[in-house]
Design a protein. Structure first.
Length: 92
């Protein structure tokens, strides 16, 4: 596999399940980040936590309720696409 892929190429490989190893450093020049989706009633508290902790939790984008496409990555992955994608559910 090529070491320096464009971010969109890497996301396409992950979607097709043709990439199953860590992605760190593969798309040089791009930021790799985690996506956090929260219920509206919990989002402000998490946003405030990130504002107060910008180094470990930088904010790259904030979406409005119902918005599904971040401005910074139009072809993003926001659904589970590989075994390493983790979704946590809060028990109520």
């Amino acid at each position: 596999m090529e070491k320096n892929l464009r971010a969109s190429e890497l996301r396409a490989l992950v979607r097709k399940k043709e990439w199953n190893k860590p992605t760190t450093g593969i798309a040089a020049g791009y930021v790799q980040a985690n996506l956090v989706m929260l219920p509206k009633e919990e989002a402000f508290h998490f946003l405030l936590f990130c504002v107060r902790n910008p180094k470990p939790c930088p904010i790259l984008d904030v979406l409005e309720p119902g918005q599904t496409e971040p401005r910074i990555a139009p072809d993003r992955i926001s659904e589970p696409t590989s075994p390493s994608t983790e979704f946590m559910k809060k028990e109520r």
